[in-house]
Design a protein around this ligand. Structure first.
Ligand code: MIC
Ligand code: SF4
Length: 642
């Protein structure tokens, strides 16, 4: 049978299930990555499983999110993670070494292998022909312990690229165009696979940009073939031996087809405040801008920064613009420092930030009131920048550079002769900021700061759920809405009682008080509830506040799994019209839930306030039902579940 590439990657790692779209499958995980904002919890969960060492081929623990160190908590997390990596057998990428996805692509990603990461942009490594999936920390902890990763077999979307990118048009424009066509929920339950004659024209960092932002389609992952470009990249990284050719069989088919003609593509931009609110740059040209930021795991490669430096060389950033540049990794930083491009950026007035997530996750650089910010990042959800009423646009590094020079949104095609940056024949290789695991793990002591607490325990799902609707929200609610990040909240990631005070903070500052007063209850959501980040804190903290179930029109994949993992029941409305009849404060009851779940029957919800009732269903595999009944994944594993 002819396989496409995604099917080949899954088939070669399949340990349970059949590759029929929608059916539960399990795959073996070769590599894992964790970062500090989700990693402390993931490593605490790994510890709670009681294993002496990780059982993967490779696990890497990165520090890149919590870098402000506004108090001791961030620094405590870093030390805990460093000691845990040494003891339990993971590599540790020290703070300063770069953003996890950029560093993983450069130094660790291997075509044909699987990677599970506790960060939603883990699919970046798909640019190298890897099956790289983002998941909640607990799923990653299980994989670190050698457990398989369970998920629904996705539908495979074949995106055929034809033609060549025209001058000043970038990889970012391809993925923003796809946002425009498919929307932020268009990729849910799907893998996006790129093929066709246009693929060969794209470098690995360009492919990585595209796979990275596939997360904003809600896709399970995205993947490119491994070809001569891949070989050249790996050789330039001194890792030529890791290369192997990979592509779809010639007569392979896809569940869905999309075609993008690169010849016809023009510079694109996502308008506030959703990545799929996309348009050609020319349509919003002239919009005044107060801030421009180049960086993030989407667009901070050597090639990206060299392009920006070449545009800015000998010029000055517009007086109305605060312009930040973040090199994605120490490798990138070192290389632009050594060849003078960094000096060009500094001379032009760029504010150089350390290699980390920084402004992308609201860790500094909140834009001024009433000003537009144009960023080479992947998410522009309202408030994520740290300014509640922000207006964040997403665009390519070239559009960012053109905009920084002119102070208004500018189509980069106005910049004149195109700049072509050739991929280097050899990247600067110096892994001195990556620490290997300890040789004598028994001698390593785990260092825990005062706020690094054991993982909170989930309770088994009760047979009768009874409580009030704490909040009703609309479509596309992100995990940034549910559990915000940013400089004030991110430092609390190891302390669930403390971070729980911020649940739905920007949506309804009264939510937490109500949840406490009403003793927990339910949340009602629209379509694509929980899109965005993989942060399991968006499930753990509501669980801590007593949330029993979320009733929504549909869910994003990772958040759905995270809810199950902490024994919160994710339910969907059988008839979406019932959404309108649900209001904050309504008292709801569901009876004999266990029997219904075991039989796969819809559950009846009685609205005691309104005297009505309606039906809800769920997309839960038999294994997930057992996880819910056991009181979450950790309890399920401890009780011997697989
Ligand atoms: C993000 O981009 O939202 C994050 C911060 O990288 C998250 C992870 C987290 O919340 O720690 C993600 O994308 O998964
Ligand atoms: Fe970091 Fe932003 Fe990438 Fe998330 S999206 S990993 S916060 S750079």
């Amino acid at each position: 049978m002819a396989y496409n590439l995604a099917q080949k990657l899954i088939a070669s790692h399949l340990v349970a299930g059949k590759m029929t779209a929608g059916e539960e499958i399990a795959i073996r995980i070769d590599q894992t990555l964790t970062q500090d904002a989700t990693g402390t919890m993931a490593w605490l969960e790994f510890e709670a499983m009681g294993l002496p060492r990780v059982r993967t081929e490779l696990s890497v623990s990165y520090v890149d999110h919590n870098m402000l160190q506004t108090d001791f908590r961030n620094a405590d997390d870093h030390r805990y993670l460093q000691s845990a990596a040494a003891k339990y057998g993971a590599y540790f990428s020290r703070p300063g070494n770069g953003i996890c996805h950029q560093v993983h692509l450069e130094r660790f990603a291997v075509p044909g292998k699987t990677l599970l990461g506790s960060d939603s942009h883990t699919p970046t490594a798909g640019g190298l022909g890897m099956l790289a999936i983002g998941a909640g920390g607990l799923d990653v902890a299980v994989a670190m312990g050698g457990g398989a990763f369970y998920f629904a077999m996705p539908r495979i979307v074949g995106v055929k690229l034809i033609g060549r990118l025209q001058p000043w048009v970038s990889a970012k424009d391809i993925i923003i165009e796809l946002q425009r066509r498919l929307t932020v929920k268009g990729g849910v339950g799907k893998i996006i696979e790129y093929y066709g004659p246009g693929v060969a024209g794209l470098t690995v960092p360009q492919r990585a940009t595209i796979c990275n932002m596939g997360a904003e389609l809600g896709a399970t992952t995205s993947v490119f073939p491994s070809d001569e470009r891949t070989r050249a990249y790996l050789e330039a990284q001194g890792r030529g031996a890791a290369w192997l050719p990979l592509s779809a069989d010639p007569d392979a088919t896809y569940d869905e087809y999309v075609e993008i003609d690169l010849d016809a593509l023009e510079p694109m931009i996502s308008l506030p405040s959703s990545p799929d609110n996309a348009a050609p740059v020319r349509e919003v040209e002239g919009t005044p801008v107060g801030q421009v930021c180049v960086g993030s795991c989407t667009n901070s490669s050597y090639e990206d920064l060299m392009t920006v430096a070449a545009i800015l060389r000998g010029r000055t950033v517009h007086p109305s613009v605060s312009f930040t540049v973040t090199p994605g990794s120490k490798q990138v930083y070192n290389m632009i420092a050594a060849n003078g491009a960094l000096a060009d950026l500094i001379a032009a007035g760029a504010r150089i930030l350390e290699s980390a997530c920084g402004p992308c996750i609201g860790m500094g650089q909140a834009p001024a009131t009433g000003t537009a910010s144009v960023r080479s990042f992947n998410r522009n959800f309202k408030g994520r920048s740290g300014t509640p009423d922000d207006a964040v646009y997403l665009a390519s590094p070239t559009t960012c550079a053109a905009t920084a020079l002119h102070g208004v949104i500018t189509d980069p095609r106005r910049l004149g002769d195109p700049i072509v940056i050739e991929p280097p024949a050899r990247y600067l290789i110096n892994d001195n900021m990556i620490l290997p695991p300890a040789e004598n793990p028994e001698d390593v002591e785990i260092i825990r700061g005062p706020y690094i607490k054991p993982v909170p325990q989930a309770r088994p799902l009760p047979d009768t759920l009874h409580g009030r609707v704490l909040l009703r929200v609309g479509d596309n609610i992100t995990t940034d809405h549910i559990m915000p990040a940013g400089a004030q909240v991110l430092p609390l990631r190891s302390d669930i009682p403390a971070i729980a005070e911020y649940v739905f903070w920007r949506v309804d500052p009264d939510f937490v008080r109500r949840a406490k007063e009403w003793g927990g209850g339910f949340v009602v959501g629209g379509a694509n509830y929980g899109q965005g980040s993989s942060r399991e804190h968006a499930a753990l903290a509501p669980m801590y506040l007593g949330l029993q179930a979320v009733i929504a029109k549909s869910f994003a994949r990772i958040h759905h799994a995270n809810l199950v993992n902490v024994a919160i029941l994710p339910l969907t409305l059988v008839d979406e019209a019932d959404y309108a009849g649900l209001e904050q404060g309504d008292e709801l009851e569901m009876r004999e839930v266990h029997a219904a779940l075991r039989a796969g029957r819809p559950i009846t919800v009685h609205n005691l306030t309104k005297g009505t009732s309606f039906q809800v269903r769920y997309e839960l595999t038999p294994r997930q039902v057992e996880i819910l009944l056991a009181g979450g994944l950790l309890n399920y594993i401890r009780a011997g579940g697989q």
